[in-house]
Design a protein around this ligand. Structure first.
Ligand SMILES: *Cc1c(COP(=O)(O)O)cnc(C)c1O
Length: 383
C-alpha cells in the first residue's frame, strides 16, 4: 500500500531534517572541536531568544535536563515529586536518580495531562516538586494549584520534552516562569540528534545547572583554557551538549516554523479524517496552542487493533505503558484506575512532518477497517 523512500506512515515517528544540517555538522567536524564550544553557546542563545527568556542551559539529553533541573530545585532523598504515571519512563528515572520518590498521579483521559485537582490531592508533607508532563505538546495549566504550591515551597518542573514551540495561552512553553526541560532527541519537535535544554528561573539557577552538567566544575570552558587549575565544587554529571549536536540544533531552530506548521497541519488532517468515527477518541492536544508531538487515539481492543495495523506495515505505537506498574517503580505503586484503563486504550498513529494528507488518509482507512474486523471477530461476551 505505502511505497516510497521518504519516511511515511511505516514510521511512527521520524526526525525531520531540512538539508542544511549536514553542512553545519561538516563545518564543526572540520573545526576539530567537538565538546561544549562556542557553537553550543550559540545554540543556547538561539533557544533563549526564540523563547524570549534570559537564558537556556544546553545539555546532552532531555533526561539529563530533568535530572539536573530536579537537582537545581534541591530535590533529593526523602523528597516526593508528584508525576503522572502516563509518561515516558525517563521522567520517572530522573526523579529516582536524585534519590527522591515519585508520587504517581492520574491524568485526564481526554488530554493525558495532569490537572490541578489531582496534583493538590497528591500533596503530602514530603512533597517538594511537581513534574507535569506536557503530553503530546499540550501545555499544562496548574494555575488553580499555584497558590498552594507556592505556600508550601513546591517547585514546578515541567517535562516539556514534547512541547517545544507550544504555548500556554499567549506565552511560549519555557517562558511561563516554570523551570522547564526540553528534549532535542531524535524524534522530538526540534532535534539535535541527541540533546536537551533547561530554562532556569534565575541566573543563580543557570549557574548551578551549568556546574551540574560539567562534572561540578565551576569554571566555564573558556576560563579553563586560560588557567592552570579548576575547582570541583560539588556533585556533577557529564551532560554537556557537543558542538556537533548543537550545530544540528541551530539549523533546526532557524527552520523550526516549517516543522511547526507541518505538525499542526498533520494533526488537523487526522482530526478531520477521524471526525465522527465510531469507537475512536482522539486525545486532545489543544492544537491552536501546540506544536503537536504525536497523534494519539483511544480505541477498544487496542492490542488487536495495533497488531492488525502493524501487520499491514503501519507504524503504530503506544506512548506510553504506565510507569506505576513497571517493576522498577514497584516501591511507589499506587492504584491509578484511570491511567490503567487509558493505558490499555491508547495508540499513537504515525506522526512526523514528512507525512502528507495521503498518508493520513491511508492510516485512518486502515484503522477503520481494523476496528470493524476486530468488532466482527470479537469473542461473544463470556461473562
Ligand atoms: C523524550 C522524552 C524524555 C527524555 O528525553 P531524552 O532526550 O530522550 O533523554 C523525557 N520525557 C518525555 C515525556 C519524553 O518524551
Amino acid at each position: 500500500m505505502i511505497n516510497s523512500s521518504r519516511p511515511d506512515a511505516r514510521r511512527n515517528a521520524s526526525p525531520y531534517l531540512y538539508g542544511q544540517e549536514a553542512a553545519a555538522v561538516a563545518q564543526v567536524l572540520e573545526s576539530g572541536q567537538y565538546g561544549h564550544t562556542g557553537v553550543t553557546e550559540e545554540f543556547e542563545r538561539g533557544i533563549a531568544a526564540f523563547l524570549g527568556v534570559d537564558d537556556a542551559v544546553a545539555v546532552s539529553s532531555g533526561t539529563a535536563a530533568l535530572h539536573i533541573a530536579l537537582l537545581v530545585a534541591g530535590i533529593g532523598p526523602g523528597d516526593e515529586v508528584i508525576v503522572p504515571s502516563q509518561t515516558f519512563c525517563a521522567t520517572v528515572q530522573a526523579i529516582v536518580a536524585c534519590g527522591a520518590s515519585p508520587r504517581f498521579v492520574e491524568v485526564s483521559p481526554d488530554t493525558l495531562c495532569v490537572e490541578s485537582g489531582a496534583v493538590l490531592e497528591a500533596i503530602t508533607p514530603a512533597t517538594r516538586a511537581v513534574m507535569p508532563v506536557l503530553y503530546g505538546g499540550r501545555a499544562v495549566d496548574l494555575t488553580a494549584a499555584a497558590e498552594v504550591l507556592g505556600e508550601r515551597g513546591i517547585t514546578v518542573i515541567e517535562d516539556a520534552a514534547h512541547a517545544f514551540g507550544s504555548s500556554l495561552g499567549t506565552r511560549l512553553v519555557g517562558s511561563t516562569g516554570a523551570l522547564t526541560c526540553f528534549s532535542f532527541g531524535p524524534i522530538k519537535n526540534l532535534t539535535c540528534i541527541e540533546g536537551g535544554a533547561i530554562v532556569p528561573r534565575t541566573s543563580q539557577e543557570a549557574g548551578v545547572a551549568r556546574r551540574l552538567r560539567t562534572l561540578g566544575i565551576t569554571q566555564s570552558q573558556a576560563e579553563r583554557g586560560r588557567t592552570t587549575t579548576y575547582a570541583v565544587a560539588g556533585f556533577g554529571l557529564r551532560a554537556t551538549l557537543s558542538s556537533v549536536h548543537a550545530a544540528v540544533g541551530s539549523v533546526q531552530l532557524e527552520q523550526f516554523p516549517i516543522a511547526a506548521a507541518k505538525r499542526k497541519a498533520l494533526w488537523l488532517a487526522y482530526e478531520a479524517e477521524l471526525h465522527g468515527m465510531r469507537n475512536v477518541v482522539l486525545v486532545d492536544v489543544d492544537v491552536d496552542h501546540s506544536v503537536p508531538f504525536n497523534c494519539v487515539v483511544r480505541v477498544p481492543e487496542r492490542n488487536r487493533v495495533h497488531a492488525t495495523l502493524h501487520a499491514q506495515g503501519i507504524g503504530v505505537g503506544v506512548h506510553y505503558p504506565p510507569n506505576h506498574t513497571q517493576p522498577a517503580f514497584a516501591p511507589w505503586h499506587r492504584p491509578l484506575p484511570v491511567t490503567e484503563m487509558v493505558g490499555e486504550e491508547i495508540m499513537s498513529l504515525p506522526f512526523h512532518p514528512a507525512m502528507d494528507s495521503g498518508d493520513v488518509h491511508s492510516v485512518v482507512s486502515a484503522l477503520e477497517r481494523a476496528l470493524n474486523t476486530v468488532r466482527e471477530t470479537q469473542p461473544k461476551a463470556s461473562r
